[in-house]
Design a protein around this ligand. Structure first.
Ligand SMILES: Cc1ncc(COP(=O)(O)O)c(C=O)c1O
Length: 440
């Protein structure tokens, strides 16, 4: 790994003097890039005024300010806010809030969680139990309360996105029959995938049908928007389809944008009022709503709103997609380009005709990342479940990236793929590929 010594805008510089374009904003995070003066000023002003006070025994303006801004952006139905220090904590808090709701309603038997495989929700012990990661299950499932997983509606390699959604919903219906819908506490899902699926964009019917199952059986639907918030052409992916609104939304990453650890749970006013009048919600972390983190979050949102970065993300996404398509026209390594707005992924395949992935012994993403460093790119690649679902490069640059930098990034990416094709395909001859590696 390169040792990064400084950053400016969309670039990071390492100790060998290499200036690298940050292709994925870290892990979909640094949406304002480096050195944003407005955020830095807000952070230092807040630190001088009030650096810390405990959120369980005091209120403070930075918390109220950020919560009000988030509630406004979340809109009706997502108008109450709980602030955390990151995505895993936010997801756990969402589950805890729903548990308190179930107890308030006299439904203590609601304990079953459902999530998608593959999928990613965090690295705390509880969120590890919700991740759809076959490789992690042997290690973590004995230690946590594993959620029940249904297949994610992976559109690539399925006959169609709709067919993939149908198969997932059939699995959900079978599961609800097996465990009983009245025992389910929540279904947590990424509305559009992140690193775990290579930005899978489900058929719209998927979330709509999950919404109807949640209504029918009375469990909570949580959208994990830790990756998707800000990036998909709307503040939240949940805003794209009013007929598939979640009960709760979690976000993190872009909210602190790398300047402070920060996450949030957005919840409906009525749900919060019901819990408050019932068993209450007596759980907190010492750093919840840390004043400096809150000041950062408000300044990030000011930048996002004043510079209309959500629209910029959509615009940037169109440019990136067009450039990636041009690269794909001559690269045998690209099997698919997908995503929404400035949240994109490139599926790397070993064979462009059959779209088969690389064998477990060859990690194409790691090779591309190494080559990227030589041409001034900091790339982010993932293979999920040891490549069982494929390999991808994630393309989600800072939303402040200008067109010239985006074009330079695409040129360099084209040269990385062109320069790696022969080596990678030589390491994975056709005879080593077989479809048995694909599947659930
Ligand atoms: C979709 C999703 N949810 C949750 C998390 C966990 O967030 P954090 O790393 O801030 O705990 C991540 C992190 O990558 C993520 O991608």
């Amino acid at each position: 790994m390169p040792t990064i010594v400084s950053g400016d805008g969309c670039h990071l510089t390492d100790d060998r003097g290499r200036r690298l374009i940050d292709v994925c904003s870290g892990p979909f995070l640094a949406l304002l890039g480096q050195g944003n003066e407005r955020v830095i000023t807000a952070m230092s002003d807040q630190a001088r005024r009030l650096s810390y006070t405990y959120s369980k025994s005091t209120r403070h303006g930075a918390n109220a300010g950020l919560s009000a801004r988030l509630a406004r952006l979340g809109g009706p139905g997502l108008d109450r806010v709980h602030l955390t220090s990151g995505g895993s904590e936010a997801n756990e808090m969402a589950v805890k809030l729903l548990r308190c709701l179930a107890l308030t309603r006299g439904q203590p038997e609601r304990t079953v969680l459902i999530s998608l495989n593959p999928g990613y929700h965090g690295a705390t012990v509880h969120t590890l139990g919700m991740n759809g990661d076959l490789a992690g299950r042997a290690t973590w499932d004995p230690l946590t309360i594993p959620s029940r997983r249904i297949p994610a509606p992976l559109a690539f390699r399925a006959p169609s996105a709709r067919a993939a959604a149908d198969a997932s919903i059939d699995a959900l219906d079978d599961l609800l029959d097996e465990v009983g819908g009245d025992r389910v506490l929540a279904l947590m899902m990424e509305p559009i995938g992140g690193q775990a699926t290579g930005v899978n964009v489900p058929d719209p019917s998927f979330a709509q049908r999950i919404r109807s199952r949640a209504d029918e059986h009375g469990f909570g639907l949580v959208f994990d928007e830790v990756v998707t918030a800000f990036r998909t052409g709307a503040f939240l992916a949940a805003h794209h389809d009013p007929s598939a609104r979640p009960d709760l939304v979690t976000l993190a990453k872009g909210l602190g944008a790398g300047y402070a650890p920060l996450g949030a749970v957005l919840a409906p006013e009525a749900l919060v009022a019901e819990v408050a009048a019932g068993v209450g919600f007596q759980v907190s972390h010492s750093y919840d709503a840390n004043p400096i983190a809150c000041a950062v979050g408000s300044a990030v949102l000011d930048e996002v709103v004043d510079r209309d970065l959500v629209s910029r993300g959509a615009e940037l996404g169109v440019r990136l997609r067009a450039g990636l398509r041009e690269i794909a026209a001559t690269s045998p390594l690209i099997g698919d380009i997908r995503g929404r707005g400035a949240l994109l992924a490139v599926e790397i395949v070993a064979d462009a005709d059959t779209l088969l992935p690389f064998p477990a012994t060859v990690d194409p993403g790691a090779a591309l990342v190494r080559r990227g460093l030589d041409v001034g790119l900091l790339l982010y690649s993932r293979r999920q479940n040891q490549g069982r679902y494929g390999d991808w490069l994630l393309v989600a640059p800072p939303l402040v990236m200008d067109d010239d930098t985006a074009d330079t990034m695409l040129d360099r990416l084209g040269s990385v793929l062109a320069g790696s094709a022969d080596d990678l395909r030589g390491a994975a001859p056709k005879s080593s590929l077989h479809p048995g590696r694909l599947g659930t």
